[in-house]
Each structure stands twice: as C-alpha cells, then as structure tokens.
Design a protein around this ligand. Structure first.
Ligand code: FAD
Ligand code: MLT
Ligand code: ZN
Length: 475
C-alpha cells in the first residue's frame, strides 16, 4: 500500500487532499513569500486520527508541517519545496468542547477560529482577550503555537498567558494529556510552556483549555494625533492612572501607514481634519457598566477629561473620541488594515521588533535614520503595539519597485535594523515567531547557550527531526 493510501486509511477521503489545485492554498503563506510542495494535505477530524497520522509518518520518516489558519507571518506553516513532507491541517478539529463560566475556562479543539472563541466567550458573558487582525481566519492552535500577541497584550498578556492546559500529539504519535484547568501546578518541569510558541517544531497541539475574563461593560476608543513617539509613550504612561488601570490597547501609527490604508482599503476615512506625523489609537475597557446608560462617570467621560489635560501640555495635538460602536470600529479599521494595505502596495520587509517601552522614541529616531541611510528611496512604515514596546518597524519598498528589484536590498536593511534592536537589548521577533524567515537571524543574534539549549530540547523531543524541520532552529 502506498504512503498516501495508508493516510487515506486513517483519515478517509474527507480528510485527504492530493490534487494540486486543492493543495495550493496550503502550500503558500499569507505574505506569499514561499510556495512549497507536499505529498498530501491531511485533515484529521480527531486527536486519535492526528496521533495515527504522526505514528505513520514517524515509521516512514516523513516530516510533518502542522498548519492552522495559515495566517502566520514567518512562513512556519508552509512546507519546503522538496515535496517530501505532509501538511497536517487542524481546521476540521473545530469544536468548542466546554465552557465553564464559573471557572472562567473554555475547552476547545486546536482548529477553532479565534473569532468563534471570542464570540462563544461573549455569549457566556465572558471575554477571551486575544485579538488580532487575522482573528476571522487564524486558529487557536496557531495562536498558541506562535504565542501570538495582538492588540490587548498590555492588559491581558500574550497567548502564553491565556491558556491553562494543553493536549499535544508528540513526534512519536503518543498523546500527552495536559488538559488540566489548574491555575497552580508546580509538579516538575512545565511541559505546557514548551509547546507554546514552539511553532509546531516539538509536537502538534490538538486541544487547549483557555482562560476567560469578565466581559467589559464599558469602552472608550480615542484617536489622537501626537507630535512624536515620545509624546505617545508619555500619553500612555499617564493613561494607566487616568483610566484607573483600564487601558486595554495602545497602538502607534505613522502618517505613511494611514495614507496606505486610505488608498487601498475602501470605506476608510481620516478621522481628523489635518494631517499629522503620528497617531495613537487607545482603547479603555472596564467591567463596570455605565450608570443608567449615561455618560456620567463613564470611561468616555474620563478619557475626554484626560485628553483635554494632555492637549494643554502639548502631548496631543488633536483627538477624536468614538461616540458609537460604529465609530470605534472605523478607528480600529484604520489600524487593523495596515498589513492588508501594505501587501496591496507592494513588497515590504516586516520587522516585528520589541524594546523597552521607554526606549521606543530613541529607537524610532535611530531606526528611521538607519533605514533611510541604507536605502534612501525606501518608505519606512512603523506601526504597532507601542504599549508592549512592540513595533512593526516595516520597510515598504520604494514606490513602483517589484520584488526582484527590492530583494537585493533586504539583507543590508535587515542587518541595520536588527543590529540596532540588539543594541537596545530588544527582540528581533516579538510576536510573529521565527518560522522559516528568521532562522538565520535567530542563529546569529541569540547566544550559544540559548541556541545549544534549544537544539538539545529539539533533539530530545523530536529525535527523528520530523516535526516541522528547518523551522525555528536547524539541528
Ligand atoms: P498558521 O499560520 O497556520 O501556523 C503558524 C505556526 O504555528 C506554524 O509554524 C505552524 O506549523 C504552527 N501551528 C499551527 N497550528 C498548530 C498546531 N495546532 N500545533 C502545532 N503547531 C501549529 N500575529 C500576532 O501575534 N499579532 C498580531 O497582531 C497579528 N496580526 C496579524 C494581522 C494580519 C492581517 C495577519 C494576516 C496576521 C497577523 N498575525 C499577528 C500573524 C498570525 O495571525 C498569527 O501568527 C496567528 O497566531 C497564526 O495562527 P494560524 O492559525 O493562522 O497559524
Ligand atoms: C499587526 O499587528 O497588524 C501585524 O502583526 C503586523 C504586520 O503585519 O506586520
Ligand atoms: Zn502585530
């Protein structure tokens, strides 16, 4: 029996894709940086099927590329070009298994789309706070495997902080049942933490118990033009106290990004009359409901008063506060469509960097200068999660340039930015992971002790190197 027939024996025709045109969407990444090849795309419906597929692959030494919604930014879910791997897609494992509102927990299969989880939590008067632009198509398995960040990390933490327990299929096909809904569990090494952020290189996450939070009952969203990144971090710093610790998002954008969104995304509009160099989108949320549905004592009232104060000090030049949910969504659309607009504009380099929040202003000044020094015609596109010290310090190719013309410049620009980040004690991958695109950078910028320890772990847990080989770290 051929390998593909053995796969069919496990998952049936419904769980197997072998023809080229149906396989294609699973073989390329969202950014279209890679186009791989695979023996088959396998879509198991249960953990037992995943385990049987992995056992077969282990016996036949066929490598596996786990995949969720395929929205990853680092190419981790795309197979290599050689065509000797399978893609194992979790998208048929899409059931919410249990919601425990009393215990603030939800048990899900790995292929559930993030937005479905958010909605299910909301229906139970709870919040699952992970929130990012791809939430309508990314899966929780992918979110946990990349330790995704998003726009509410400054208040709730990243994906690692939002999970209690995991079920994982190991590289030999055994099932590790770590589905424990425990807030406290100091029994030996934390295996769960190993698989979070491992980008599918150590095992396949098949189920998770997620943490829930109380659902906010009051929100306020503001859009502020600020004179500089320094003003942005000072605005945020004061907002923590002014909001009574209710800042749930703080995103920085430059004018270049707003112009791209307005050009490429239909239905978007500039909320302020004049153009400014920098903008901050802030969201405050509280579980305390507004009294009698009025504005009195509401977050919006507090935000108005705070923005009034900081305008007098010159930290904010102009501002708009959303009066309705629709207005809030329009402000968020300007932020969330940065990636889509940049993709439509043409090639770019994504720098998903982080430094200490207070070092953001100096980093931005030096980073912009370094980019321009390296390629004067390039268009810097800095935006992102300033409240986490995490900027997408992206570099859009000069207007009209295609990939072939831009690619020879990528290495030099990247080295300039990464050297600067490391000089600031920062990270070269704050939330998107290493995947395939930053394997060499990880090897270059992390120290020997860390790299040796990572390789030791990988070799011990996946001795045949069949779990997403060539991603994160070469062994
Ligand atoms: P995939 O892309 O399918 O896979 C990602 C990695 O995880 C791969 O290495 C894959 O092998 C592995 N993997 C997937 N599922 C499993 C599993 N069940 N078990 C083991 N390994 C698995 N990311 C952020 O962090 N913050 C953002 O703000 C953000 N915004 C985005 C906005 C847009 C418009 C887009 C397109 C992407 C954005 N991303 C962001 C990146 C991306 O959405 C996240 O990385 C997301 O967590 C990936 O989930 P996925 O299901 O699409 O995973
Ligand atoms: C986002 O925050 O919108 C994405 O993570 C950034 C990106 O596409 O670079
Ligand atoms: Zn981001």
């Amino acid at each position: 029996m051929s390998f593909v027939d053995k796969l069919r024996g496990i998952v049936g025709d419904k769980g197997l894709i072998t023809d080229d045109s149906s396989k294609h969407p699973y073989l390329t990444d969202w950014r279209e940086n890679y186009l791989g090849s695979a023996l088959a795309v396998v879509r198991p419906a249960t953990t037992e099927e995943v385990a049987a597929v992995v056992k077969l692959c282990a016996a036949e030494k066929v490598a596996i590329v786990p995949q969720g919604g395929n929205t990853g930014m680092s190419g981790g879910g795309t197979p290599h070009e050689a065509g000797r791997e399978i893609v194992l897609s979790l998208t048929r494992m899409n059931r919410i298994l249990d919601i425990d509102p009393i215990g603030y927990a939800m048990t899900v299969e790995a292929g559930v789309v993030l937005k479905t989880i958010q909605e299910a939590a909301s229906d139970s008067d709870r919040l699952f706070p992970l929130s990012l632009g791809a939430e309508g198509s990314c899966t929780i398995g992918g979110n946990l495997s990349t330790n995704a960040g998003g726009v509410q990390v400054l208040h709730y933490g990243n994906a690692r902080n939002l999970v209690l327990g995991l079920e994982v299929v190991l590289p030999n096909g055994e099932i590790w049942n770590g589905l424990r809904a425990l807030k406290k569990d100091n029994t030996g090494y934390d295996l769960r933490d190993l698989y979070l952020g491992a980008e599918g290189t150590l095992g396949i996450i098949t189920k998770a118990i997620l943490k829930l939070w109380p659902k906010p009952k009051d929100h306020a969203t503001s859009w502020s033009a600020v004179p500089s990144p320094q003003a942005a971090v000072e605005l945020l710093s004061g907002a923590y106290a002014a909001s009574e610790d209710n800042v749930t998002s703080c995103e920085l954008m430059g004018r270049q990004g707003i112009d791209l969104v307005l050009r490429h995304i239909p239905g978007t509009a500039d909320p302020l009359g004049d153009k400014h160099d920098w903008y901050v989108l802030m969201e405050w949320s509280s579980t305390r409901a507004r009294r009698d549905g009025t504005n009195a004592g509401s977050l919006r009232e507090k935000m108005e008063s705070y923005l009034g104060e900081v305008m007098e000090k010159g930290l904010v030049l102009d501002a708009a506060i959303a009066q309705t949910e629709a207005q809030s969504q329009s402000l968020w659309a300007l932020r969330e469509n940065h990636s889509e607009a940049s993709k439509k504009e043409g090639p770019s380099i994504k720098f998903d960097i982080s430094v200490a929040v207070s070092k953001i202003p100096a980093f931005v000044t030096q980073g912009l200068a370094a980019m321009k020094r390296t390629l004067p015609e390039c268009r810097p596109l800095p935006f992102g999660h300033v409240g986490d010290g995490n900027l997408h310090f992206n570099c859009q190719a000069p207007a009209g340039w295609d990939k072939a013309r831009f690619t020879p410049h990528i290495e030099k620009i990247s080295a300039a930015i990464y050297d600067l980040v490391v000089g600031y004690g920062g990270s070269i991958s704050a939330e998107h992971g290493i995947g395939r695109i930053k394997v060499d950078e990880l090897a270059h910028y992390r120290g020997k002790i860390e790299l040796d320890t990572m390789r030791t772990l990988k070799r011990a847990l996946d001795p045949q190197n069949i779990m997403n080989p060539g991603k994160v770290i070469q062994v």
